[in-house]
Design a protein around this ligand. Structure first.
Ligand code: LLP
Length: 384
């Protein structure tokens, strides 16, 4: 990912910054486009993973749709060229103003997560004298085999409509005159590497779809959400996710009806590997039984290690010394402010440039200004 001339450029720049390799992004999108076009599948990119305009514009140019979880994400998607009929709005706690905004812009559909929300969407649509296109997000009660904090499809999670409520939902639909049910939606979690989980999801959706059909409720589209994981350990050998395997597994297990559309909301798998957080070493400090590389990026730029104990590969781009073990930590006043623990790095000195890999997704979007730190800028390979 980093040529010598690129590293030279990095050395001349103020750190930390988020670096985006637009060629990696482009190759990913090409591959995804090819496979999904062959299968006739529709992808709505989940903006929550990375909402930077140059990234979004590129994704919109490929003709993908957008999966938004706030009014501001809808506005950003529209600004960056996504057409409204390819935008969906999800989220367990949509504000009335966000639902109204979605209706005003005539987006493809609102993914609805509760009985009460159905009633509110109906009311707000009636105020605009519209019929709201809605997908029912059903909680399929399926184990996703990922970190608890990013598991969303279990009964204990706040997301989606539980099976116990489906009978009431199907009973009330005929009274909701300003709602048109167009889709069935699920999303069971993120960073899922065991693809068997998606087989189970497809089979569960078949059951749910049959259940509704018995009650004369049919769907124009099925939306399987996102969740395909990426390889944080070996980014270079796995720069592209295994889209082929993923989509083929779904296609051979999902009973899509004739002319029924199949939708996905991928986020991480599309953008994670194109990003790296670039940071400078400020100090090297010897503790009692460990060495700290204290760098100028921290949990404010990448909170995933602190929040999920997530692993990101770290490389020293400017040293050729032998490997030594370091805890790589940031400047923030929290002991959870680490980027990696017990990391083997080529001998670290003050001024070295480190790359923290696979930060294209859920890094910059989750950054904060804690400690009144400056916001790290984004730098794009095609603008350098
Ligand atoms: N659709 C829905 C309804 C979602 O909640 C999400 C992610 C996605 C799609 C996209 O999932 P993806 O393909 O990116 O896995 N901050 C966490 C990840 C949170 C994911 C939340 N929902 C992390 O850094 O790992």
């Amino acid at each position: 990912m980093f040529s010598q001339s690129l590293i030279k450029k990095f050395e001349s720049l103020e750190t930390p910054f988020y670096y985006y390799d637009m060629e990696i992004l482009e190759n990913n999108l090409k591959c995804l486009k090819k496979i999904t076009s062959e299968l006739g599948y529709h992808v709505h990119y989940a903006l929550k993973a990375n909402a930077n305009p140059p990234v979004l514009t590129r994704i919109a140019d490929f003709g993908f749709g957008a999966d938004c979880v706030s009014g501001n994400e809808i506005l950003r998607a529209l600004e960056c060229g996504f057409s409204p009929e390819k935008i969906v709005l999800a989220g367990v706690g949509k504000k009335d103003s966000e639902i109204a905004l979605a209706l005003k812009h005539n987006i493809l559909c609102i993914n609805c997560e509760s009985i009460q929300e159905l009633q509110i969407i109906n009311k707000l649509a009636s105020r605009q004298q519209k019929t709201a296109p809605v997908a029912l997000r059903v909680n399929p009660d399926l184990e996703a085999g990922t970190h608890r904090y990013i598991t969303t499809g279990l009964n204990e999670n706040k997301f989606g409509i539980n099976f116990k409520d489906l009978e009431s939902v199907s009973g009330m639909l005929s009274e909701l005159n300003h709602i048109r049910i167009i889709g069935l939606h699920t999303h069971i979690g993120s960073q899922i590497l065991n693809l068997e989980v998606f087989r189970n999801l497809a089979l569960r959706i078949n059951d749910i779809q049959n259940w509704f059909q018995e009650r004369n409720i049919t769907f124009e589209h099925l939306n399987l959400g996102g969740g395909l994981g990426v390889n944080y350990q070996n980014p270079d050998e796995n720069i592209l996710p295994d889209y082929q395997k993923y989509f083929e597994l779904i296609s051979s297990n999902l009973n899509a009806r004739d002319r029924q559309q199949v939708h996905f909301e991928l986020g991480r798998s599309m953008v994670a590997q194109c990003g790296a957080l670039i940071s400078r070493v400020l100090y090297v400090k010897k503790g009692l039984n460990r060495k700290f590389a204290i760098i100028d990026a921290g949990m404010t730029e990448l909170i995933r290690p602190a929040l999920y104990n997530a692993y990101h590969k770290i490389e020293n781009l400017t040293s050729s010394g032998p490997l030594e073990m370091y805890d790589v930590v940031g400047p923030v006043c929290e002991s959870s402010d680490f980027l990696g623990k017990k990391i083997a790095l080529k001998g670290v000195r003050r001024g070295d440039i480190l790359a923290i890999r696979t930060t294209g997704a859920y890094a910059e979007v989750m950054s904060s200004g804690y400690n009144l730190r400056d916001r790290a800028p984004a730098i794009y390979s095609d603008q350098l």
